[in-house]
Ligand binder design. Sequence first.
Ligand code: SOE
Length: 392
Amino acid sequence: MTDSKPTLGVGMVGYAFMGKAHSQAWRTVNSAFDVPFTVDMAAIVGRNEENVKAAANKFGWKSYETDWHRVIDRDDIGLVDVCSPGGNHAEVAIAALQAGKHVLCEKPLANTVDEARAMVEAAEAAAQNGVRAMVGFNYRRVPAATFARQLVAEGKLGTIRHIRAVYLQDWITDPDFPLVWRLQKDQAGSGALGDIGSHIVDLTQFITGQSVTGVSALLETFIKERPLVASTEGLRGTGSEEHGQVTVDDAALFTARLSGGAIATYEATRFATGRKNGLRLEINGEKGSLAFDLERLNELELYLAEEDSRIQGFRRLLITENEHPYVGAWWPAGHIIGWEHTFTHEAYDLLTAIGDNTDPSPTFAEGLQVQLVLDAVERSAANSSGWVTVDK
Ligand code: SOE
Protein backbone atom coordinates (compact mmCIF):
# COMPACT_ATOMS: atom_id res chain seq x y z
CA MET A 1 0.00 0.00 0.00
CA THR A 2 1.33 3.48 -0.79
CA ASP A 3 1.61 5.98 2.00
CA SER A 4 1.43 9.66 1.15
CA LYS A 5 3.31 10.70 4.29
CA PRO A 6 6.90 11.85 3.92
CA THR A 7 9.50 9.37 5.11
CA LEU A 8 11.78 10.30 8.00
CA GLY A 9 14.96 8.25 8.20
CA VAL A 10 16.17 7.58 11.74
CA GLY A 11 19.78 6.85 12.68
CA MET A 12 20.23 5.57 16.22
CA VAL A 13 23.56 5.70 18.06
CA GLY A 14 23.81 2.90 20.64
CA TYR A 15 22.34 -0.59 20.68
CA ALA A 16 22.34 -1.73 24.30
CA PHE A 17 19.48 -1.43 26.81
CA MET A 18 18.21 2.01 25.72
CA GLY A 19 18.89 1.18 22.08
CA LYS A 20 16.60 -1.83 22.41
CA ALA A 21 13.89 0.27 24.08
CA HIS A 22 14.10 3.01 21.45
CA SER A 23 14.11 0.48 18.59
CA GLN A 24 10.83 -0.84 19.89
CA ALA A 25 9.45 2.72 19.83
CA TRP A 26 10.51 3.40 16.23
CA ARG A 27 9.05 0.02 15.18
CA THR A 28 5.65 0.67 16.75
CA VAL A 29 5.02 4.41 16.49
CA ASN A 30 3.49 4.30 13.00
CA SER A 31 1.16 1.42 13.78
CA ALA A 32 -0.08 2.87 17.08
CA PHE A 33 -0.29 6.60 16.35
CA ASP A 34 -1.19 8.91 13.53
CA VAL A 35 2.10 10.74 13.04
CA PRO A 36 3.05 13.02 10.14
CA PHE A 37 5.93 10.81 8.93
CA THR A 38 6.57 7.24 8.01
CA VAL A 39 9.55 6.21 10.09
CA ASP A 40 12.33 4.49 8.21
CA MET A 41 14.66 2.67 10.63
CA ALA A 42 17.60 3.52 8.42
CA ALA A 43 20.71 2.78 10.51
CA ILE A 44 21.88 1.72 13.95
CA VAL A 45 25.39 2.60 15.13
CA GLY A 46 27.82 0.74 17.37
CA ARG A 47 31.58 0.34 17.46
CA ASN A 48 31.63 -3.46 17.63
CA GLU A 49 30.67 -4.65 14.15
CA GLU A 50 29.57 -8.13 15.11
CA ASN A 51 27.34 -6.85 17.92
CA VAL A 52 25.82 -3.94 16.02
CA LYS A 53 25.07 -6.15 13.04
CA ALA A 54 23.27 -8.60 15.30
CA ALA A 55 21.36 -5.71 16.92
CA ALA A 56 20.35 -4.34 13.51
CA ASN A 57 18.86 -7.71 12.56
CA LYS A 58 17.21 -8.33 15.90
CA PHE A 59 15.70 -4.86 16.36
CA GLY A 60 14.65 -4.27 12.73
CA TRP A 61 17.17 -1.71 11.39
CA LYS A 62 17.85 -1.62 7.64
CA SER A 63 21.60 -1.08 7.98
CA TYR A 64 24.32 -0.59 10.55
CA GLU A 65 27.34 1.67 10.90
CA THR A 66 30.40 1.42 13.14
CA ASP A 67 31.15 5.16 13.21
CA TRP A 68 28.50 7.66 14.35
CA HIS A 69 29.79 10.29 11.90
CA ARG A 70 28.23 8.18 9.14
CA VAL A 71 24.66 8.91 10.31
CA ILE A 72 25.47 12.61 10.29
CA ASP A 73 26.74 12.32 6.69
CA ARG A 74 24.00 10.11 5.30
CA ASP A 75 21.28 11.92 3.31
CA ASP A 76 18.66 9.29 4.04
CA ILE A 77 18.79 10.15 7.77
CA GLY A 78 16.78 13.11 9.03
CA LEU A 79 16.70 12.31 12.75
CA VAL A 80 19.50 11.15 15.04
CA ASP A 81 18.56 9.28 18.20
CA VAL A 82 21.37 9.42 20.76
CA CYS A 83 21.22 6.34 23.02
CA SER A 84 24.93 6.08 23.79
CA PRO A 85 26.52 6.80 27.21
CA GLY A 86 26.42 10.47 28.30
CA GLY A 87 30.10 11.03 27.48
CA ASN A 88 29.38 11.54 23.79
CA HIS A 89 25.86 13.03 23.89
CA ALA A 90 27.12 16.57 23.33
CA GLU A 91 29.45 15.73 20.45
CA VAL A 92 26.91 13.63 18.54
CA ALA A 93 23.88 15.82 19.20
CA ILE A 94 25.64 19.06 18.27
CA ALA A 95 27.06 17.55 15.06
CA ALA A 96 23.61 16.24 14.11
CA LEU A 97 21.88 19.56 14.79
CA GLN A 98 24.50 21.44 12.83
CA ALA A 99 23.93 19.05 9.93
CA GLY A 100 20.21 19.92 10.04
CA LYS A 101 19.03 16.67 11.63
CA HIS A 102 16.41 16.47 14.36
CA VAL A 103 17.72 14.95 17.60
CA LEU A 104 16.30 12.77 20.36
CA CYS A 105 18.86 12.51 23.17
CA GLU A 106 18.66 10.09 26.11
CA LYS A 107 18.71 11.54 29.62
CA PRO A 108 20.46 13.10 31.38
CA LEU A 109 21.14 15.55 28.57
CA ALA A 110 24.90 15.65 29.13
CA ASN A 111 27.64 14.87 31.62
CA THR A 112 28.31 18.49 32.58
CA VAL A 113 26.54 21.83 32.66
CA ASP A 114 28.98 23.23 30.09
CA GLU A 115 28.16 20.47 27.62
CA ALA A 116 24.46 20.95 28.24
CA ARG A 117 24.76 24.70 27.61
CA ALA A 118 26.55 24.05 24.30
CA MET A 119 23.79 21.63 23.33
CA VAL A 120 21.11 24.22 24.10
CA GLU A 121 22.94 26.74 21.95
CA ALA A 122 23.10 24.27 19.05
CA ALA A 123 19.42 23.36 19.49
CA GLU A 124 18.31 26.99 19.54
CA ALA A 125 20.31 27.78 16.40
CA ALA A 126 18.91 24.69 14.63
CA ALA A 127 15.33 25.59 15.64
CA GLN A 128 15.63 28.71 13.43
CA ASN A 129 15.65 26.26 10.52
CA GLY A 130 12.83 24.06 11.80
CA VAL A 131 15.19 21.46 13.27
CA ARG A 132 13.96 20.05 16.61
CA ALA A 133 15.67 18.57 19.66
CA MET A 134 14.17 16.68 22.58
CA VAL A 135 15.49 14.96 25.74
CA GLY A 136 14.32 11.41 26.44
CA PHE A 137 12.75 11.76 29.88
CA ASN A 138 10.36 8.92 29.05
CA TYR A 139 8.53 8.75 32.38
CA ARG A 140 6.68 11.93 31.49
CA ARG A 141 4.98 9.75 28.91
CA VAL A 142 3.51 7.25 31.35
CA PRO A 143 -0.20 8.02 30.84
CA ALA A 144 -0.72 8.25 34.63
CA ALA A 145 2.09 10.82 34.91
CA THR A 146 0.77 12.97 32.08
CA PHE A 147 -2.69 12.70 33.63
CA ALA A 148 -1.32 13.66 37.06
CA ARG A 149 0.08 16.82 35.49
CA GLN A 150 -3.35 17.58 34.02
CA LEU A 151 -5.02 17.14 37.42
CA VAL A 152 -2.51 19.49 39.09
CA ALA A 153 -2.91 22.07 36.29
CA GLU A 154 -6.69 21.90 36.69
CA GLY A 155 -6.23 22.82 40.34
CA LYS A 156 -7.61 19.54 41.74
CA LEU A 157 -4.87 19.48 44.40
CA GLY A 158 -4.79 23.22 45.03
CA THR A 159 -1.48 24.70 46.11
CA ILE A 160 1.22 22.02 46.22
CA ARG A 161 2.95 21.72 49.61
CA HIS A 162 4.96 18.49 49.55
CA ILE A 163 6.71 16.38 46.96
CA ARG A 164 8.19 13.03 47.97
CA ALA A 165 10.06 11.21 45.23
CA VAL A 166 12.19 8.07 45.27
CA TYR A 167 13.80 6.04 42.53
CA LEU A 168 15.00 2.74 43.98
CA GLN A 169 16.98 0.04 42.18
CA ASP A 170 19.29 -2.74 43.41
CA TRP A 171 21.25 -3.94 40.38
CA ILE A 172 24.72 -3.10 41.75
CA THR A 173 24.35 -4.21 45.39
CA ASP A 174 26.74 -7.12 44.74
CA PRO A 175 30.32 -5.79 45.23
CA ASP A 176 31.42 -8.17 42.46
CA PHE A 177 29.15 -6.49 39.96
CA PRO A 178 31.56 -5.02 37.36
CA LEU A 179 32.57 -1.45 36.68
CA VAL A 180 30.13 -0.83 33.80
CA TRP A 181 30.00 2.57 32.07
CA ARG A 182 27.22 3.79 34.34
CA LEU A 183 29.74 3.64 37.24
CA GLN A 184 32.36 5.78 35.50
CA LYS A 185 32.22 9.56 35.72
CA ASP A 186 33.82 10.23 32.32
CA GLN A 187 31.09 8.19 30.64
CA ALA A 188 28.05 8.75 32.85
CA GLY A 189 28.68 12.15 34.45
CA SER A 190 27.34 10.95 37.80
CA GLY A 191 25.89 7.78 39.27
CA ALA A 192 22.42 7.16 40.67
CA LEU A 193 22.06 10.95 40.75
CA GLY A 194 22.13 11.50 36.98
CA ASP A 195 20.92 8.10 35.85
CA ILE A 196 17.75 7.84 37.91
CA GLY A 197 17.71 10.97 40.12
CA SER A 198 17.38 13.05 36.94
CA HIS A 199 14.16 11.17 36.14
CA ILE A 200 12.48 12.08 39.42
CA VAL A 201 13.62 15.69 39.23
CA ASP A 202 12.19 16.00 35.72
CA LEU A 203 9.02 14.09 36.52
CA THR A 204 8.12 16.02 39.68
CA GLN A 205 8.81 19.33 37.94
CA PHE A 206 6.69 18.19 34.98
CA ILE A 207 3.75 17.11 37.14
CA THR A 208 3.73 20.12 39.46
CA GLY A 209 4.80 22.80 36.97
CA GLN A 210 7.33 24.01 39.56
CA SER A 211 11.10 23.94 39.27
CA VAL A 212 13.73 23.12 41.88
CA THR A 213 15.39 26.34 43.06
CA GLY A 214 17.74 25.09 45.81
CA VAL A 215 18.97 21.88 47.42
CA SER A 216 20.78 20.37 50.39
CA ALA A 217 22.28 17.02 49.47
CA LEU A 218 24.16 13.87 50.47
CA LEU A 219 25.93 11.57 48.01
CA GLU A 220 27.48 8.23 48.91
CA THR A 221 29.60 5.65 47.11
CA PHE A 222 29.36 2.43 49.13
CA ILE A 223 31.58 0.24 46.95
CA LYS A 224 34.64 2.15 45.86
CA GLU A 225 36.35 -0.50 43.69
CA ARG A 226 34.89 -3.11 41.36
CA PRO A 227 36.07 -5.75 38.90
CA LEU A 228 36.62 -4.49 35.37
CA VAL A 229 33.99 -5.59 32.86
CA ALA A 230 34.37 -8.97 31.14
CA SER A 231 30.94 -8.90 29.43
CA THR A 232 27.59 -7.08 29.63
CA GLU A 233 24.05 -7.60 28.51
CA GLY A 234 21.37 -5.03 29.31
CA LEU A 235 21.97 -4.05 32.93
CA ARG A 236 23.74 -7.35 33.71
CA GLY A 237 27.48 -7.88 33.58
CA THR A 238 30.35 -10.17 34.54
CA GLY A 239 33.67 -9.04 35.95
CA SER A 240 37.29 -9.92 35.31
CA GLU A 241 40.19 -10.39 37.76
CA GLU A 242 41.37 -6.78 37.52
CA HIS A 243 39.75 -4.00 39.56
CA GLY A 244 39.14 -0.27 39.00
CA GLN A 245 37.80 2.76 40.88
CA VAL A 246 34.10 3.61 41.00
CA THR A 247 34.04 7.33 40.23
CA VAL A 248 30.36 8.12 40.71
CA ASP A 249 27.81 8.08 43.54
CA ASP A 250 25.90 4.93 44.41
CA ALA A 251 23.14 6.90 46.12
CA ALA A 252 21.85 10.47 46.24
CA LEU A 253 19.56 12.03 48.84
CA PHE A 254 18.43 15.63 48.84
CA THR A 255 15.88 18.05 50.13
CA ALA A 256 14.73 20.86 47.84
CA ARG A 257 12.64 23.98 47.52
CA LEU A 258 10.56 24.53 44.40
CA SER A 259 9.54 27.70 42.60
CA GLY A 260 5.86 27.50 43.63
CA GLY A 261 6.60 27.18 47.36
CA ALA A 262 6.57 23.36 47.62
CA ILE A 263 9.27 21.55 49.60
CA ALA A 264 10.56 18.18 48.47
CA THR A 265 12.63 15.13 49.32
CA TYR A 266 14.38 13.11 46.62
CA GLU A 267 16.18 9.79 46.93
CA ALA A 268 17.91 7.89 44.13
CA THR A 269 19.82 4.69 44.84
CA ARG A 270 20.95 1.46 43.24
CA PHE A 271 21.35 -0.13 46.67
CA ALA A 272 17.71 -0.55 47.69
CA THR A 273 17.92 -4.33 47.96
CA GLY A 274 14.78 -5.91 46.50
CA ARG A 275 13.63 -2.78 44.69
CA LYS A 276 14.09 -3.32 40.97
CA ASN A 277 12.70 -0.22 39.34
CA GLY A 278 10.80 1.51 42.13
CA LEU A 279 10.02 5.03 41.01
CA ARG A 280 7.44 6.37 43.45
CA LEU A 281 6.01 9.79 44.01
CA GLU A 282 3.58 11.38 46.41
CA ILE A 283 2.38 14.92 45.99
CA ASN A 284 0.34 16.63 48.69
CA GLY A 285 -1.65 19.77 47.96
CA GLU A 286 -4.03 21.85 50.06
CA LYS A 287 -7.06 20.16 48.40
CA GLY A 288 -5.77 16.66 47.73
CA SER A 289 -2.93 14.27 47.06
CA LEU A 290 -1.63 12.06 44.28
CA ALA A 291 0.54 8.95 44.53
CA PHE A 292 2.23 7.05 41.71
CA ASP A 293 4.33 3.88 41.59
CA LEU A 294 6.05 2.94 38.32
CA GLU A 295 5.80 -0.76 39.15
CA ARG A 296 2.01 -0.26 38.90
CA LEU A 297 2.15 2.23 36.07
CA ASN A 298 -1.44 1.84 34.91
CA GLU A 299 -2.65 3.21 38.24
CA LEU A 300 -2.75 6.56 39.97
CA GLU A 301 -3.89 7.13 43.54
CA LEU A 302 -5.97 10.23 44.16
CA TYR A 303 -7.29 11.69 47.41
CA LEU A 304 -9.64 14.68 47.36
CA ALA A 305 -10.06 16.47 50.68
CA GLU A 306 -13.45 17.93 49.71
CA GLU A 307 -15.13 14.51 49.49
CA ASP A 308 -17.64 13.19 52.00
CA SER A 309 -15.45 12.10 54.92
CA ARG A 310 -17.43 8.84 55.36
CA ILE A 311 -16.24 7.54 52.02
CA GLN A 312 -13.03 9.48 51.75
CA GLY A 313 -9.69 7.84 51.12
CA PHE A 314 -7.10 7.33 48.39
CA ARG A 315 -8.86 6.03 45.29
CA ARG A 316 -7.03 3.79 42.87
CA LEU A 317 -7.70 5.16 39.40
CA LEU A 318 -7.07 2.79 36.53
CA ILE A 319 -5.52 4.95 33.81
CA THR A 320 -6.71 2.82 30.93
CA GLU A 321 -9.67 4.77 29.55
CA ASN A 322 -9.65 6.12 26.00
CA GLU A 323 -9.91 9.60 27.51
CA HIS A 324 -6.58 9.22 29.31
CA PRO A 325 -3.42 10.53 27.62
CA TYR A 326 -1.96 8.19 24.93
CA VAL A 327 -4.11 5.24 26.00
CA GLY A 328 -6.71 5.41 23.22
CA ALA A 329 -4.02 4.54 20.68
CA TRP A 330 -3.53 1.09 22.17
CA TRP A 331 -6.23 -1.22 23.48
CA PRO A 332 -9.84 -1.10 24.69
CA ALA A 333 -10.41 0.28 28.21
CA GLY A 334 -8.85 -1.82 30.97
CA HIS A 335 -6.22 -3.42 28.72
CA ILE A 336 -3.05 -2.31 30.41
CA ILE A 337 0.20 -1.11 28.86
CA GLY A 338 3.84 -1.37 29.99
CA TRP A 339 7.18 0.37 30.44
CA GLU A 340 8.14 0.09 26.76
CA HIS A 341 5.10 2.08 25.63
CA THR A 342 6.56 5.24 27.18
CA PHE A 343 9.24 5.27 24.49
CA THR A 344 6.65 4.94 21.72
CA HIS A 345 4.81 7.90 23.27
CA GLU A 346 8.09 9.81 23.27
CA ALA A 347 8.60 9.11 19.54
CA TYR A 348 4.98 10.10 18.87
CA ASP A 349 5.35 13.44 20.66
CA LEU A 350 8.63 14.20 18.92
CA LEU A 351 7.34 13.37 15.42
CA THR A 352 4.17 15.37 16.07
CA ALA A 353 6.21 18.41 17.14
CA ILE A 354 8.46 18.14 14.08
CA GLY A 355 5.36 17.96 11.86
CA ASP A 356 3.77 20.95 13.62
CA ASN A 357 7.04 22.89 13.56
CA THR A 358 6.92 23.42 17.33
CA ASP A 359 9.39 22.66 20.10
CA PRO A 360 8.90 19.20 21.60
CA SER A 361 9.04 18.98 25.39
CA PRO A 362 11.38 18.44 27.19
CA THR A 363 13.55 20.75 25.11
CA PHE A 364 17.30 20.82 25.52
CA ALA A 365 16.78 23.96 27.65
CA GLU A 366 14.64 21.86 30.02
CA GLY A 367 17.37 19.21 29.99
CA LEU A 368 19.91 21.87 30.95
CA GLN A 369 17.72 22.98 33.86
CA VAL A 370 17.71 19.40 35.22
CA GLN A 371 21.50 19.33 34.71
CA LEU A 372 21.77 22.51 36.81
CA VAL A 373 19.84 20.80 39.60
CA LEU A 374 22.21 17.79 39.45
CA ASP A 375 25.14 20.20 39.57
CA ALA A 376 23.70 21.98 42.62
CA VAL A 377 23.24 18.58 44.33
CA GLU A 378 26.89 17.71 43.72
CA ARG A 379 28.08 21.08 45.01
CA SER A 380 25.93 20.82 48.12
CA ALA A 381 27.15 17.28 48.87
CA ALA A 382 30.76 18.40 48.42
CA ASN A 383 30.07 21.21 50.88
CA SER A 384 28.79 19.03 53.77
CA SER A 385 25.14 19.29 52.62
CA GLY A 386 25.19 23.10 52.70
CA TRP A 387 22.30 24.86 50.94
CA VAL A 388 23.01 25.52 47.25
CA THR A 389 20.86 27.67 44.97
CA VAL A 390 20.34 26.15 41.52
CA ASP A 391 22.10 28.24 38.83
CA LYS A 392 20.20 29.76 35.93
C1 SOE B 1 19.41 2.03 34.75
O1 SOE B 1 19.44 2.55 36.01
C2 SOE B 1 18.18 2.49 33.96
O2 SOE B 1 18.19 1.77 32.78
C3 SOE B 1 18.21 3.96 33.60
O3 SOE B 1 19.35 4.31 32.84
C4 SOE B 1 16.95 4.30 32.85
O4 SOE B 1 16.88 5.66 32.53
C5 SOE B 1 15.74 3.89 33.70
O5 SOE B 1 14.58 4.12 32.97
C6 SOE B 1 15.79 2.46 34.08
O6 SOE B 1 17.01 2.19 34.70
